[in-house]
Design a protein around this ligand. Structure first.
Ligand code: GDP
Length: 171
């Protein structure tokens, strides 16, 4: 039998500071969680390989920092990335509004084909963004929607897996 094909993709994480971008990446790649996660300085780069049914997908994950404060740098991060995860914190309404801004910006830029909206910290209360509202928004804007907890390891692998499945596999 022929070896399964390997495809590589750049994936970026965007969203307000402290919503859990680094925590999601570290949970996914290393299966760890840190209550006092240090802020990312600049951009951290990690890779993870997923085995799908018919192929292998290598994700080159850019966990960006500074895009919250230095917005003008953001296009540098997502340029050439076919996929993005936009993260918000379900207990922080502002972070959801900010996430919607990111989705709009990515869609305007045209290059990022697969966008996932991660409703993170779903282990926490009180919830400030109803799941039904975020889900409806994601559906309208053509995004994957996933409720995640980096802390309790809920839907983290599923989030990355769904993106990997949706990415185009050119011959
Ligand atoms: P970033 O700035 O978006 O990369 O956010 P971090 O990954 O640094 O996380 C910010 C804070 O939120 C840290 O104290 C994390 O431990 C915490 N955190 C991240 N994800 C979760 C989660 O799913 N649940 C809970 N309860 N806390 C989380």
């Amino acid at each position: 039998m022929a070896e399964p094909k390997t495809y590589s993709y750049k994936l970026v994480l965007l969203g307000e500071s402290a919503v859990g971008k680094s925590s999601l990446v570290l949970r996914f790649v290393r299966n760890v969680f840190c209550e006092y996660q240090e802020s990312t300085i600049g951009a951290a780069y990690l890779t993870k390989t997923l085995t799908l049914k018919d192929c292998i997908v290598k994700l080159e994950i850019w966990d960006t920092a500074g895009q919250e404060r230095y917005h003008s740098l953001a296009p540098m991060y997502y340029r050439g990335a076919p996929a993005a995860i936009v993260v918000y914190d379900i207990t922080n309404r502002d972070s959801f509004e900010r996430a919607k801004d990111w989705v709009r910006e990515l869609q305007k830029s045209g290059g990022v084909g697969v966008i996932a909206l991660a409703a993170n910290k779903c282990d926490l209360e009180p919830r400030r963004v109803p799941a039904s509202e975020a889900e409806a928004y994601a559906e309208d804007s053509g995004c994957i929607y996933m409720e995640t907890s980096a802390k309790n390891n809920i839907n983290v692998a599923e989030l990355f897996q769904q993106i990997a499945i949706k990415l185009p596999k050119q011959e």
